[in-house]
Design a protein around this ligand. Structure first.
Ligand code: MCA
Ligand code: AMP
Length: 491
């Protein structure tokens, strides 16, 4: 029994989704997801954990497809709608998804799969008047979702979570942040990551609340929706709060006041996915009256640490472990560190993922022998709260809330004919957290505009370097390894 689906049945007429002024009830979601599930099953009685890749715009149809995959017994593999083809192909090939569902607007992008007889490829608009089929019983220990995350390897890894992991990730937050069916939240985050999928979408729908979708983030549009007065919960990454503050500063006094009044009726505003600068937290308090609730999580573990819903929200700190989460901080030898000392965060909880898809070695390397997941994040415990100090790997960059692997970008850049060598690093930036920048070793005259066009066809905008410098050689240590800290100084 999938709890999310059962909960929906208890309040069928309530509005679940608002999208471009159209409203959809929980019953609409149940009906549409059943129709799509019946289509997916075809002549089978259960998809038996087959990965189903889907590229659908945020909104009612996205949720219906996600629920349909779960109800038919498949594993949901959401594709990022702004990825260029090679990034999409990587996910489809890596999961070996044999079923691909797309919104009509993405048929053209993925047309290479249309003629592939080994795959079932369909536009969701072709799924209608489907005869209902009995849907299988789903054991919670079965795989539910694969999300791709960048790490210390050059290629992203698929993180497999089970239904039981997902239910634990959702119910932990629903309880800690006191979600209810009275809530109304805006969804502006991408729907191929935990923040948008679990914290916003699934928590809201689990609780019988309403989710309004805004397809493309724009500070102006977000404020317009704030002013309509329906929202009472908002969640975003620090970059979004930064952009909202910049927009607010441009507004006339009168509009600022109206917005202030609209925001006063919110019950909760959350920031996460990257460190929230204290300055952003303070400015946001000034304009909205709210202390942002900062929390810490990861694709592999869901949310693990949070400032309290009721109680002190401390700027610069991620808070305390959420109920059900066991957390320890250890030194390089795996020994527990003392209060006030820096150590790696390690986690045990029912929310922790099952495995990296098809990568047993990477999975076992990411856990200690006694089952603690090694996050790679370094933190210190001070006066009852944890504070993040950084990461153990310089090759992981956080920009706009996205986790980006420097090695992955280097690998792509090295394929460019005129680039002999390169080094990618993240440099601090107020708006984006970090900016991706690259040092290039080239032989001849070099046109970065041409490189930018080439690179955009191979990776999403948020991963592309924002600045290039040209050097004759990369700084290296005596072992010949590029010294990234030295490289950073060059920017
Ligand atoms: C986009 N641009 C950037 C970046 N991204 N520039 C510098 N650094 C970047 N990282 C540029 C684009 O190239 C473009 O410029 C311009 O900004 C607008 O691009 P667009 O894609 O439209 O950007 P946006 O819509 O303004 O995006 C900003 C954003 C977005 C809304 C903050 O980055 C975003 O949705 N971030 C959230 C990511 C997220 O959900 N992460 C959660 C994963 P030009 O036109 O010149 O090319 S972490 C997670 O799930 C864990 C579990 C957790 O803890 O939450
Ligand atoms: P992802 O793999 O995209 O799920 O990103 C997870 C990573 O985001 C974590 O390992 C942290 O490095 C970072 N992160 C998430 N929340 C916070 C936060 N509140 N403060 C600092 N870093 C964060």
């Amino acid at each position: 029994m999938l709890q999310l689906i059962e909960n929906a049945k208890s309040n069928p007429l309530k509005t679940a989704i608002v999208e471009e002024k159209k409203s959809f009830s929980y019953q609409n979601l149940l009906d549409r997801s059943e129709e799509i599930a019946s289509f997916l099953l075809n002549d089978k009685s259960d998809l038996e954990e087959a990965p189903v890749a889907f590229m659908v715009s945020p909104g009612f149809e996205y949720v219906a497809v996600q629920w349909a995959i779960w109800r038919a017994g498949g594993i949901a593999v959401p594709l990022c709608i702004t990825y260029p083809l090679p990034s999409l192909q990587y996910v489809i090939e890596d999961t070996k998804a044999s079923i691909i569902l797309v919104g009509n607007e993405y048929v053209e992008t993925l047309k290479v799969y249309q003629e592939d007889s080994s795959k079932l490829f369909s536009s969701t608009s072709e799924i209608f008047d489907q005869k209902s089929k009995p849907l299988p019983e789903i054991e919670k220990s079965r795989g539910a979702m694969i999300l791709y995350t960048s790490g210390t390897t050059s290629l992203p890894k698929g993180v497999l979570t089970t239904h039981s992991n997902i239910e634990s990730q959702i119910s932990t937050l629903v309880n800690a942040w006191e979600w209810s069916s009275e809530d109304y939240i805006l969804e502006i985050l991408p729907l191929h990551h935990v923040h948008g999928i679990i914290n916003v979408l699934c928590c809201a729908l689990w609780s019988g609340a309403t989710v309004e979708f805004l397809n493309q983030f724009s500070a102006k549009e977000v404020f317009k929706i704030f002013l309509q007065g329906n929202l009472n919960v908002f969640m975003a990454v620090p970059t979004i709060y930064f952009k909202l503050i910049s927009e607010w500063e441009k507004l006339p006094k009168e509009e600022q006041q109206k917005l202030g009044q609209a925001m006063a009726s919110f019950r909760l505003m959350v920031s996460g996915s990257a460190a929230l600068p204290v300055s952003v937290m303070e400015q946001w308090k000034e304009i909205s009256g709210h202390y942002l609730l900062e929390r810490y999580g990861m694709t592999e573990i869901g949310m693990a640490v949070s400032n309290p819903y009721k109680g002190e929200r401390r700027a610069g700190y991620i808070g305390k472990p959420l109920p059900g989460v066991k957390l320890r901080t250890v030194d390089e030898d795996g020994n527990l560190v003392k209060v006030g000392e820096a150590g790696e965060i390690q986690i045990k909880s029912p929310s922790v993922f099952k495995e990296y898809w098809g990568k047993p070695e990477a999975t076992s390397k990411s856990f200690t022998q006694d089952g603690w997941f090694k996050t790679g994040d370094i933190a210190v415990f001070e006066d009852g709260y944890y504070r993040i100090l950084g990461r153990d790997s310089i090759d992981i960059i956080k920009s706009g809330g996205y986790k980006i692997s420097a090695l992955e970008i280097e690998e792509v850049l090295r394929k460019y004919p005129e680039i002999k060598d390169c080094g990618v690093v993240g440099i601090p930036n107020e708006e984006w957290g970090e900016l991706v920048v690259a040092a290039l070793v080239v032989e001849n005259e070099f046109d970065t505009d041409l490189l930018n066009i080439w690179i955009r066809e191979r990776m999403p905008a948020y991963k592309t370097p924002r600045k290039y410098i040209f050097i004759s050689d990369l700084p290296r240590n005596t072992m010949g390894k590029v010294t990234k800290n030295e490289l950073k100084k060059l920017f």
